[in-house]
Design a protein around this ligand. Structure first.
Ligand SMILES: [Cu+2]
Length: 173
C-alpha cells in the first residue's frame, strides 16, 4: 500500500509551491504599506512616558507620548530648532506591539519624520524602560503636576465651603 513516488513528489511540489505563493503574497502585502512611504527626512531617539493608547492614524495605531526635549530636532527646512518636552501623538509601525503598553510606562522610542507624508511621525522602535524609571522632562512640564495639588489646597483657605478643604490648614488658621 505504498504511494507511488510520483504522487508524493507531486503533492510535495504543490505544497511547496502554495507555501511560496503564500509567502510572496504576504511579503507583498507587508511591503505595500511600507514602500508607500518615502525615505524618512530624519530619525530621532527619545525617552518619554506613554500618555494615551488606542488612537489610530489611518492604517496605523496611534500612541501619545510625553517626550523629553529633542535638542537636535530639525524643522521642515532642515534647520535645527529643537523641540521642547511635550505630549505628542505618534503613528506606530505595524511590527511594534502596542497591546502590552500601559499609561505611564517609561519608554525609549525611535521615530521617523516625513514632513510631506502621512504619517509625519512614525515610531519604528520602542523599548520599555524598567518600571519606575524617572524620565527627566526638564523644567517645562515635570513640576506643575505636583505643585498643582499643593496650590489647590493652598487656595482652599478662603472660607471653607468650596471644595475638599484640607483640615490641616483649617486648624492652622
Ligand atoms: Cu514633540
Amino acid at each position: 500500500m505504498k504511494q507511488p513516488k510520483g504522487f508524493l513528489r507531486g503533492r510535495l511540489g504543490w505544497f511547496t509551491l502554495s507555501i511560496l505563493m503564500a509567502l510572496v503574497s504576504l511579503t507583498g502585502a507587508c511591503g505595500s504599506s511600507e514602500t508607500a512611504l518615502p525615505p524618512a527626512d530624519a530619525t530621532y531617539e527619545v525617552e518619554g512616558t506613554i500618555q494615551r493608547i488606542g488612537g489610530s492614524q489611518g492604517a496605523y495605531a496611534e500612541i501619545v507620548i510625553r517626550h523629553r526635549s529633542i535638542t537636535d530636532f530639525r524643522n521642515r527646512e532642515g534647520e535645527v530648532v529643537g523641540m521642547e518636552s511635550m505630549a505628542m501623538p505618534f503613528a506606530v509601525a505595524s511590527e511594534i506591539p502596542v497591546e502590552g503598553l500601559a499609561i505611564g510606562d517609561p519608554v525609549s522610542v525611535a521615530f521617523e519624520v516625513r514632513w510631506e507624508a502621512d504619517p509625519v511621525l512614525l515610531v519604528t522602535g520602542l523599548e520599555l524602560l524598567p518600571p519606575g524609571t524617572r524620565i527627566d522632562f526638564g523644567n517645562s512640564e515635570a513640576g506643575p503636576v505636583e505643585t498643582e495639588g499643593t496650590e489647590a489646597s493652598a487656595t482652599g483657605d478662603s472660607d471653607g465651603a468650596d471644595e475638599s478643604e484640607p483640615e490641616v490648614e483649617a486648624d492652622a488658621i
